[in-house]
Write a protein that binds this ligand. Structure first.
Ligand code: NAP
Length: 335
């Protein structure tokens, strides 16, 4: 059976997901696209796909069984609510929404529907290296985790596209989510330290160090540098009672020349996580074809939104800010 999918948002990641859904993966067909910029949607539309003027029309269309949302984060709330109302499985890029109120609205709608429909785009959970790291932690031979060191370095961000808060309200969500998942733990508080500012980043508050306080007492330190120039560099190391477990440096061709012996560094997230995105969609297609969702849930999207909010308060006040989570609905207890 072929899952008929509509894609909303045909910018950078929308185009990349269209490529993987049309050229890499099986069991899926893109039947519809939409972007606020109609010409962008027309350029990105695969042969035979209908270009809809509005996201709402795409979601309602009988040509569409499941939806992929790659629009700007501020548009996600309305689009997610429309998908849930239509009873259609939906994959939504991070950030799921941009406020705690919006997250709770989406959660209430899905809980009222009575079944998971939404999968949030935290692709690290589908990355083979992170999955192997989690397996080692879960097996318990190293004892309890005590600290997790997470490094999130990005070569550069397009000038003028983001506000100074971008490292905390856009980038941090990936590290927050992977920490919760890797450690099977919940975030209870957030602190932020701001070192010397990089001259590469213009107005951006960059770099930052974030401390995530977990329910168990584990502390996660996250370095976020979004203008590091040399490439996209993601690292993670868990310190446990009887040893450490770390992500490997990505295997890459070893180049030997007059500059020395070196390995290439991924240019950006598309290259580093290419297999993770493929796997994320492989599992989504299968779950959506069954009318549901798998992996990162609305609850996970909600917690990451609250973490970003707490980080923004923490950086302003210089204090440890707590997360005031609502009770977890039964729908998300297994996930
Ligand atoms: P982008 O290049 O700006 O693309 C977003 C597209 O959505 C643009 O064409 C934009 O049009 C369009 N759009 C905005 N509001 C819309 C609406 N209401 N309805 C339909 N289309 C709308 O951004 P991007 O880099 O692709 O990012 C898109 C989303 O993916 C963001 O939420 C981002 O955080 C996320 N993302 C996730 C990852 C990851 O690793 N998982 C990586 C990159 C991005 P205009 O340009 O005219 O506004």
């Amino acid at each position: 059976m072929t899952l008929r999918v509509g894609v909303i948002g045909t910018g950078m990641i929308g185009k990349d997901h269209i490529r993987r859904l049309t050229q890499v993966l099986n069991g899926v067909e893109i039947t519809a696209v939409n972007d606020i910029d109609q010409s962008s949607a027309e350029d990105a539309a695969p042969m035979g796909a209908t270009v809809f003027e509005t996201a709402e029309q795409l979601i309602q269309s009988e040509q569409v069984e499941a939806v992929v949302i790659c629009s700007w984060g501020g548009a996600h709330e309305e689009q997610l609510l429309a998908c849930i109302k239509a009873g259609k499985p939906v994959f939504c890029e991070k950030p799921m929404v941009i406020s705690a109120e919006a997250a709770i609205k989406v959660m209430n709608a899905e809980v009222a529907y009575g079944k998971r429909l939404v999968q949030v785009g935290f692709m690290r959970r589908f990355d083979a290296d992170y999955r192997r790291l989690k397996k080692v932690i879960d097996e318990g031979s190293l004892g309890a985790p005590l600290m997790y060191h997470s490094v999130h370095r990005n070569g550069q961000v397009p000038e003028g596209l983001y506000t100074s808060d971008m490292p905390l309200n856009d980038t941090l969500v990936h590290d927050a989510d992977i920490s919760r998942w890797l450690l099977s733990d919940e975030i209870s508080g957030v602190e932020v330290r701001v070192p010397r500012r990089s001259t590469q980043g213009g107005e951006l508050r960059d770099p930052v160090i974030v401390l995530l306080h977990m329910d168990s007492g584990v502390i996660v330190d996250v370095e976020i540098s979004v203008n590091i120039s040399y490439g996209y560099d993601i690292r993670g190391e868990v310190s446990c009672e009887r040893g450490i477990a770390a992500l490997p440096n990505r295997p890459a061709t070893i180049i030997t020349d007059q500059h020395g012996i070196r390995q290439a560094i991924p240019e950006d997230w598309r290259e580093r996580f290419i297999e993770a995105y493929d796997q994320e969609f492989r599992e989504w297609i299968s779950a959506a074809a069954d009318g549901g969702a798998i992996g990162p849930s609305v609850w996970d999207g909600y917690v990451s939104t609250l973490t970003a909010d707490a980080a923004l308060r923490a950086v302003e006040k210089g204090t440890l800010e707590t997360l005031d989570l609502i009770d977890k609905p039964a729908l998300y207890q297994q996930h």
